[in-house]
Write a protein that binds this ligand. Structure first.
Ligand SMILES: [Zn+2]
Length: 426
């Protein structure tokens, strides 16, 4: 809002209303359970000498979680997969066994962290009653989700095994098709199953029977639509955003969002920059200036996914003086040839607004994908979690609505999925 006159009485009014807003947002943030449905981890960060009880150089860790008032999270048991085009053995026994061992290592790490390393600070929840009990005890709430059904191999009994290990959601696919379903990457690479495989359909039935939420993030559109028709229980998208606002294959279009709502499910909007905002390419002047700067400091190109790792590693190698010089020159370029700013909290909340308008406030939630590529300006680590609530309050969401977005909807789905499982087991 532009304020033409800045006499002192106007300023005081603006400051005091901003102050009241902050106070109101803080109180709401305190009262509601804030739950992030997608945080990645390396087992070493949970159970190593240096672990998440300390302020590691990670977006998520317990000190950050406490600073940001984040109450709970899904630790994600993620296992990547090699694609069949790269390795013809990918969807055979050896590939499955490697993936299975990697998944078990991650399950074990979460159990050791919550049971042995930080039992006074965080506890594993298996149902909604656990979530409320742990929260009342003043501890942080851990849940487990599985990203990629690949480590199940072709053994349907492993769905039960993963449930017993604490998995409360499982995504059928990741990047690249697997034995269960087509991935969103088929938009570029072509399809394997045209949706779900016969085994994938069986696995959905087994997840319904056991009470594991089916997660459609990373799946292809056809896989999502078939899953929505097939599943007897509500679906979730544990970390996806709105395709109408950012046209990437990882996001859900309106038809998919309406199908998700039909199941009673929830879209956990993800704060992953590349899924929140499509940035305009740099102007030729800016691109040239940045390239020259990288040459001076012998750095790779952070905008090229294949070089990003090398860029960050080389940046860490710079001396303090070199680093300061690099930052100064970068700031000069930003002033002289500004680029399209990266995704920020406002852009992220635009996705929440859009989804709420389309499918209703009962079907939308929040996720970060921290330590898995997520993070935006203003919510770039768990310590900045309050900024999300603040922007929701600024946009006029009520406490009851914010409570639904931050955890109420997702907890309702967990309850519903477990209730349906009990029915099916009768
Ligand atoms: Zn992911």
């Amino acid at each position: 809002m532009a304020v033409a006159k800045t006499d002192s009485s106007t300023r005081v009014r603006i400051f005091s209303s901003e102050d009241a807003l902050l106070k109101q947002a803080r109180a709401i943030h305190e009262r509601v359970i804030t739950l992030d449905t997608h945080i990645d981890f390396a087992p070493g960060d949970l159970v190593g000498e240096q672990n998440y009880t300390q302020r590691l150089d990670t977006q998520f860790n317990l000190p950050n979680m406490i600073d940001g008032g984040l109450d709970g999270l899904f630790f994600v048991v993620y296992v990547g997969q090699t694609r069949e085009t790269q390795n013809p053995e990918a969807l055979k026994t050896q590939g499955y066994e490697r993936a299975y061992r990697a998944a078990v290592e991650k399950f074990d790490a979460v159990h050791r962290f919550t049971r042995d390393i930080a039992p006074d600070k965080i506890e594993l929840a298996l149902n909604v009653a656990d979530v409320h009990r742990i929260n009342l005890q003043g501890k942080k709430i851990a849940l487990i989700g599985v990203e990629n059904g690949y480590p199940l191999g072709e053994d349907i009994a492993r769905v039960k095994e993963f449930y017993d290990r604490g998995a409360r959601y499982l995504s059928l696919a990741h990047n690249g098709h697997n034995q269960l379903a087509d991935s969103h990457t088929g938009e570029r690479d072509g399809w394997k199953w045209n949706g779900l495989s016969p085994l994938g359909k069986q696995v959905i039935g087994e997840m319904n029977r056991l009470g594991i939420m089916v997660d459609v993030s990373h799946a292809s559109k056809e896989s999502v639509m078939q899953t929505a028709r097939l599943s007897k229980a509500p679906l979730i998208a544990s970390h996806s955003a709105v395709r109408a606002l950012c046209d990437v294959s990882r996001n859900l279009d309106d038809e998919q969002l309406l199908a998700l709502k039909q199941t009673g499910g929830v879209l956990q909007v993800v704060a992953y920059g590349g899924f929140v905002k499509t940035r305009k390419p740099d102007s030729p002047d800016r691109a040239a200036a940045l390239a020259a700067l990288r040459r001076t400091f012998d750095l790779a190109n952070p905008n090229d996914p294949r070089e990003r790792g090398r860029f960050h590693a080389a940046l860490k190698q710079l001396s303090d003086n070199q680093r300061a010089e690099y930052e100064t020159k970068l700031a000069e370029i930003d002033t002289e040839h500004p680029g399209d700013p990266p995704a920020a909290v406002k852009d992220f909340i635009d996705h929440i607004d859009y989804a709420v308008n389309l499918i209703g406030v009962d079907h939308v939630g929040i996720s970060s994908d921290f330590d898995g590529g997520g993070g935006i300006i203003g919510w770039n680590d768990a310590g900045e979690t309050f900024n999300v609530t603040l922007e929701l309050v600024r946009r006029g969401y009520t406490e009851a609505q914010i409570e639904k977005l931050w955890s109420g909807n997702l907890l309702r789905v967990i309850d519903e999925v477990q209730r349906i499982a009990r029915e099916l087991q009768k």
